[in-house]
Each structure stands twice: as structure tokens, then as C-alpha cells.
Design a binder for this molecule. Structure first.
Ligand code: ADP
Ligand code: MG
Length: 473
């Protein structure tokens, strides 16, 4: 570890520092060099306060990652070093920075492949406007599938246009949105890398909305708002990640809006990401909302099985690990929430294989990942059940709540009630309410009826099984 323990201006006692170093070394042995470099090296110790050890991560992402994947183990190892420690907290601590400095393009970015994950290292994150780029987040490493092809194509268009000397902005802004871990940040970094490599004179700024806010508030405090504005207004490409965090903060929104307009007027490219579409973002001023939707709005849909499998293959290859196809398929089936978790699963399996020194089997994969697998069990909603069942039987969704008793709609409705009872934790009265305000006895009757029929009617049993699997996958 490098000595960067000046978070919040505190000095860290050498005891806690050496405890931390031993803990870290142990864990490094357990998780392997790659995982260590990506996730643990950027973490520093802040202090040990009685029974509480406090460590700091440079970003929220890293904090969350370490909290979900390593916190238990870190605490256990720490206790072995120092029995008094019974709690571990992980804080986010932006590296100490002097007054606002102008973004230095020369060292603001690193070339891909130079130093894996070094971008996450807090040690050399100087006071620069643009956040460091993750060298792994390139177009080459982005796996394209149906759910993300539009966003990917749009990002490429922007990157290529920006790198072109003629430089015609194709659409402004490009607004990328989608759920957590679907590749928004990856695409933005990829754009920046591309522009860096093909037109290094272009001034590119990539930063999170949070950092934008932080910089802005800093500038206010140091009365350097003019500089602040100048820096932003002289860029060729401005990318702001996770703008949902800007909503609500009035003065920052105001500033963002002005910056935005100034750049658009000068024909500079803007790329924005958020977890929701402009129209669904809350706490946003109306004029901001409409302005954000002016360009191209491209969403990243939840991944499909094929895309997940493709991503697993690509990541395993990059990491140089060989995982049996069966295990890959299993992961692609089971870890459906987002790509970040998929990578987490892959990392854990890689660490496990390194530890035990042999290939992973389906059984051991299940064991290693049992907590992840549990949290990825699909939570099915009644709405979804109704929709799927209606689609399956080719009837209108409104028949699920209608009074019609014709067999052609009544039977599917009963199937849906049966599945609602089986796959959700809703009570009979709650289910009844969702089906057009029916009585709970009606639901009970439906459940019994379908159970009975499934014993004698193979076709129906097959339908129900198919629907169940589809809903749970
Ligand atoms: P978001 O910003 O949308 O929350 P990220 O861009 O941080 O998600 O992606 C989370 C992780 O998943 C990253 O490690 C990223 O490289 C990976 N990832 C997401 N989508 C893809 C993809 N299509 N191909 C390869 N990796 C992907
Ligand atoms: Mg992101």
C-alpha cells in the first residue's frame, strides 16, 4: 500500500495502519491479485475508534462493492489482529484536494491496458476536474446484444463524430438511461477513451453528477465560480454520469443548466446518463427536463440470457480464466439482476478456483455463490403474472379483472390466480383484489381447481409449468 492516509486531514495511527496492512495482505492471499488490485487496493484505513474500524473508499461504487463482497471477511480478519474491533464501517472519502485546479488533460486519462484498474486508485487522483477513466471500460470490451444495441450504436456515433476533425455533433445531448449495472458508465468511458486515442487534442470531461456538484460547491466556497464556468465551457465533450443525483439541488441544477446551454449553443457534445428517462426523473426543473430530452434518448434494457452468456465469455477471456461452459450457463441463468453482479460472481469463482487449485463444478459454484443466488431469485408480481398468462392464452389483459365467465377467459384467469398464490407471498384476499375485486373464496376455488386439473389434464399442466418457469427465469 502506498501511504495515502490523509483523508479529511486526519493522521492515522501507525498501529491501525499496520493492522490494516496485515488484514489486507491476508485478504489479498484469499481473493487473488486481480480482485485485490481492482477492489481492495484503493481502500485506505481512516481510524480505529474503540471497537470500530473505519476504512475509506474513493467512490460510492467501490464502497458498496467492498461492503457487499468483502466486509464480513475484512472484519473477521481485523478481529484476529485486534480483538477490540467488532464493527467495520466503510465511508466514501474523496481524496484530499487543494483549491480547484484546471483539468489537466495530460494526466487526466490513462491509456487502456496500461495499468489495470489503476484508475480506481485514490493515491494519484489529483485535484482534477475530469474523473479518471477505468481502462477496462472500452468499446472493445463492451459486449453488444439486443438490450443495449441502440445505446451502444449511439455512443459509438458520438465517439466517432467527436474524434473526427470535421466534428459534426450528431445529436445533442446523448441521454443514456437504464438500471444499475447495465453499462452506462462503461459506455461513457468508452467514448472518452475513443476520443482520447483518435483526437487527443479534444478536451473531454467525464465526471459524475455528484462530483460536478462537489466541484461547484467548492468553487462557490473558494469564490472561483468564474474559473469553474470557464473550465466547463471550454470543453469539446462533456459527460456527466448519474444525473439523477443532481435533481433537487437547485443552485447546482441552475449552473448545470447554464453550462449545458452554453455548450449546446457552441455545438459541443454532451453525454448524460441517469437511471431514468428525462421524463421520469424526479426533482428536475421542467425546462431542464425538456432540454435533456432534445437529443437522442437511448435506454439500456435489462440483459437477456444470451447477452449475459456473451459477457461472461468475454470477461473470463479477459481475465484469462477458464470456466466450464455448464457453469457459465448456470450463472447466465441465475444471476439476472445486473452485469455488475455477474462480474462479481465470476470474480468469486475465479478466486475460488485459485484457492483450491482446480476447476469449479456446478455444485461448488452453487456453494460459493449461495448468497448471490438467493438475492437473484426473481420476485414475481401479480401484474406480471396476469400479463404473461394473458399473452400465453392470447386473451386481453383486461379479462384478468373482468366479470366474463366464458371458459376461454375464466380458465386462464384461474391459472393466473393459481400462479399468484404459488409465486408471490400475497394473501388470498390481496390476490382477489388484484383480480377485479374478487372474493378470497373465489381465489381459493381457482387454486384448487387448477391443482385438480393439472393431475388429469397434461396440456394444462404443461402450460402452467411453462408459465412458472418463464416467470421465474
Ligand atoms: P451502470 O453505470 O449502468 O450502473 P456500469 O457501466 O458501471 O453500469 O457497468 C457495470 C459493470 O458491468 C461494469 O464492470 C461493466 O464493464 C460491466 N458491463 C455492463 N454492460 C456490459 C457489456 N455489455 N459488456 C461488457 N461489460 C459490461
Ligand atoms: Mg454508472
Amino acid at each position: 500500500m502506498e501511504a495515502v492516509y490523509r483523508n479529511h486531514g486526519e493522521t492515522v495511527s501507525s498501529t491501525s495502519e499496520s493492522e490494516w496492512n496485515r488484514v489486507l495482505n491476508q485478504l489479498k492471499g484469499e481473493v487473488g491479485e486481480t480482485a485485490f488490485r481492482s477492489w481492495l487496493r484503493p481502500i485506505s484505513v481512516q481510524r480505529v475508534d474503540g471497537d470500530q474500524a473505519v476504512i475509506a473508499a474513493p467512490t460510492r461504487f467501490l464502497r458498496d462493492w467492498v461492503a457487499t463482497h468483502y466486509a464480513d471477511r475484512l472484519l473477521a480478519l481485523w478481529r484476529a489482529e485486534n480483538q477490540r474491533v467488532t464493527r467495520l464501517s466503510i465511508v466514501v472519502s474523496a481524496p484530499a484536494a487543494p483549491a480547484l485546479a484546471v483539468a489537466d488533460e495530460a494526466d487526466g486519462f490513462r491509456r487502456p491496458g496500461s495499468e489495470p484498474a489503476a484508475a480506481l486508485d485514490a493515491a494519484d487522483d489529483k485535484a482534477q476536474l475530469s474523473a479518471p477513466l477505468d481502462p477496462r471500460f472500452t468499446f472493445a470490451n463492451f459486449v453488444v446484444g439486443k438490450p443495449n444495441e441502440l445505446a451502444h450504436a449511439a455512443a459509438r456515433r458520438v465517439a466517432e463524430a467527436c474524434a473526427d476533425p470535421a466534428h459534426i455533433v450528431p445529436f445533442n445531448p446523448l441521454f443514456l438511461y437504464g438500471g444499475v449495472g447495465l453499462g452506462k458508465t462503461h459506455l461513457m468511458h468508452a467514448i472518452a477513451w475513443h476520443v482520447r486515442q483518435h483526437a487527443c487534442d479534444r478536451k473531454v470531461i467525464y465526471l459524475s453528477a455528484e462530483k460536478f456538484m462537489y466541484q461547484f460547491i467548492r468553487a462557490l466556497r473558494f469564490k472561483s465560480t468564474m474559473d469553474f464556468k470557464e473550465q466547463f465551457r471550454s470543453v469539446d465533450l462533456l459527460m456527466i454520469d448519474d444525473v439523477q443525483f443532481i435533481s433537487g439541488k437547485d443552485s447546482t441544477q441552475e449552473e448545470f443548466f447554464h453550462t449545458f446551454n452554453a455548450l449546446v449553443d457552441q455545438n459541443r457534445q454532451i453525454v448524460i446518463s441517469a437511471d431514468k428517462s428525462p421524463s421520469d426523473l424526479e426533482g428536475l426543473e421542467e425546462r431542464m427536463r425538456s432540454r435533456l430530452g432534445w437529443g437522442l434518448v437511448a435506454d439500456l434494457h435489462p440483459t437477456t440470457y444470451e447477452l449475459r452468456l456473451g459477457i461472461l465469455h468475454s470477461k473470463a477471456e479477459q481475465a484469462g480464466i477458464r470456466i466450464p461452459q455448464k457453469v457459465m450457463e448456470f450463472l447466465a441463468h441465475k444471476i439476472t439482476s445486473n452485469v455488475r453482479e455477474l462480474e462479481g460472481a465470476l470474480n468469486r469463482i475465479a478466486a475460488h478456483m485459485q484457492l483450491v487449485g482446480r476447476d469449479i463444478t456446478l455444485e461448488s459454484a452453487q456453494e460459493v455463490l449461495h448468497d448471490l443466488l438467493r438475492s437473484n431469485m426473481r420476485r414475481v408480481t401479480i401484474d406480471e403474472i396476469q400479463r404473461r398468462v394473458a399473452e400465453h392464452y392470447n386473451i386481453r389483459l383486461s379479462e384478468m379483472t373482468s366479470d366474463r365467465r366464458a371458459r376461454a377467459v375464466a380458465r386462464p384467469r384461474q391459472v393466473a390466480m393459481y400462479l399468484a398464490k404459488q409465486l408471490t407471498t400475497r394473501s388470498l384476499p390481496e390476490i382477489g383484489r388484484k383480480f377485479g375485486g374478487r372474493d378470497h373464496t373465489t381465489v381459493m376455488h381457482a387454486v384448487r381447481k387448477i391443482e385438480e386439473l393439472m393431475l388429469t389434464d397434461a396440456g394444462l399442466a404443461e402450460d402452467v409449468e411453462l408459465l412458472r418457469r418463464m416467470l421465474q427465469s
